[in-house]
Design a protein around this ligand. Structure first.
Ligand SMILES: *Cc1c(COP(=O)(O)O)cnc(C)c1O
Length: 451
């Protein structure tokens, strides 16, 4: 069978196969890779997921994207190896459940994608005897998930930039306590500064000699694995063929794009709810059709969602027939009517987030951290505005509550139990560099250390 090809959202770059997209990260025209087609799964295949384990479902969802690039048997083994932890679904009330995506090694949903991507890229690089430097910006959880996933993968070095004042101590320790092939830089700036620096490095001809790849949510390898858990949730919560309401707390919109991919592949979805924090550029866009990024981004307690210009919006707009470039200019509007039919979004500020943490605990003994609380409140807003009407619904909890102990102790007067992977960090030494939010400094650092 033919390989599945990927094109750039900016339409000015050659099409590539999965290998080209994984190793390249961003397309050379600064667009993001999208599959030429969404490989469909028929109703019977999706219904059969009911009796299958998470790694089995992952293999069946991902295999069409990898055909001709990664052997089917190899992919199956990689899925089993990557997904060796629980994916709990917690029934809350009626047909509403929370899916906890926090049981991976760094206790955030980003482990799901990072672990798969690291295995795929490690495999491709090894086959060619090449070396690769993964350069990535993080607003909290990406960096640790990526660093953990690539730690000790031969042929690969990882450099992570993070905004010094916007990550929690635990998030920082998850990156800065790794040694060997992992380096971290604390940037005196915001996440958007880190992201802008990384994007410039990818486009900088002076760095052409350094084989750079991204592991941000702009890499298609970070996106495809994020469509798997929607199939998994529906297989456990919905009847075969019954559409489900999916709620995804959103920052860079990579996670919710995973749901869009799953939907396009055939998963029955009733509505995709994508709440954001005070960075409300997306709900405004949905309401008005006008896109205005927020600069600088607003700092909220759901810190991994402090994004004023979500990079994956370019993919979302493309999925609805429009063209948004990387700078935020809308060259061609998407089908807004269709977007409004499919998607629902609200902005949940810090007060409402804290209230959601309190009420979820008070009413349901449901323990949420700030990101999951934004989602929880977002589903309530959807219920108020539209209504669930008996449909099954899943809310994604994207991080472990123990990553945000201060907020939870203050609001609920309980201390979340710390998973062993996080507890071990407190006693390890940290090692990281510091840098101004200045692109020239990053260029110099790369030329000095990575040439
Ligand atoms: C990254 C992250 C998000 C936002 O996900 P996007 O794919 O960027 O929309 C939400 N919650 C947590 C805990 C995260 O780490």
């Amino acid at each position: 069978m033919d390989k599945l090809l990927f094109h750039s959202t900016n339409g000015q770059a050659p099409r590539v196969d999965l290998k080209g997209a994984l190793l390249g990260g961003q397309a050379p025209d600064r667009g993001l890779y999208m599959p030429d087609e969404f490989p469909g799964l028929d109703g019977a295949a999706i219904a059969a997921f009911r009796g299958q384990s998470y790694p089995e479902i992952a293999w069946r969802v991902l295999r069409a994207y990898a055909r001709g690039v990664i052997d089917d048997d190899v992919l199956r083994a990689l899925c089993a190896d990557a997904y060796n932890y629980d994916v709990p679904l917690e029934k809350v009330h009626g047909r509403v459940s929370v899916m906890r995506l926090d049981r991976g090694p760094t206790a955030s949903f980003k482990d799901f994608a990072a672990r798969m991507m690291a295995r795929l890229i490690g495999r491709l690089v090894r086959e060619e005897g090449r070396e690769l430097t993964i350069l990535t910006a993080t607003s909290g959880d990406t960096g640790s998930a990526v660093a953990s996933a690539f730690h000790d993968v031969a042929g690969i070095r990882v450099l992570v930039l993070f905004p010094i004042d916007e990550v929690s101590e635990r998030q920082r320790r998850q990156m800065t306590t790794l040694t060997g092939n992992i380096r971290t830089i604390a940037v005196a700036g915001k996440f958007d500064d880190c992201q802008a620096m990384v994007k410039r490095a990818f486009a900088d001809p002076d760095l052409a000699g350094i084989p750079l790849s991204s592991a941000n949510s702009i890499n298609i390898g970070r996106l495809l694995p994020q469509s798997v858990y929607y199939f998994y949730a529906a297989s456990r919560l919905a009847e075969p063929g019954e559409p489900i309401v999916i709620t995804v707390p959103s920052g860079n919109f990579g996670n919710m794009m995973g749901a869009v991919f799953a939907w396009r592949m055939g998963l029955p979805v009733r509505r995709l709810v994508a709440p954001v924090n005070a960075n409300d550029e997306f709900p405004r866009f949905l309401a008005t059709g006008e896109y205005r990024k927020i600069e600088p981004s607003r700092a909220c307690i759901s810190n991994a969602m402090n994004v004023g210009h979500p990079s994956n919006l370019a993919r979302l707009v493309a999925a609805y027939g429009g063209w948004l470039d990387e700078t935020g200019i809308l060259h061609r509007p998407p089908d807004l009517a269709a977007m409004r039919r499919d998607l629902f979004s609200t902005s949940v500020g810090d007060d409402a987030t804290r209230e959601a943490i309190r009420s979820a605990w008070r009413e349901h003994r449901l323990l949420l951290e700030p990101h999951g609380a934004v989602a929880w409140r977002g589903l309530q807003d959807y219920e108020t505005a539209v209504g669930l009407e008996g449909a099954p619904a899943v809310v994604l909890e994207t991080a472990h509550p123990a990553k945000f102990p201060d907020e939870i102790e203050r609001l609920l007067e309980i201390t979340p139990e710390v998973p062993p992977t996080l507890a071990a960090l407190d006693s390890l030494p940290e090692d990281y560099d510091r840098m101004a939010a200045d692109y020239d400094a990053l260029r110099g650092y790369l030329q000095k250390n990575y040439r």
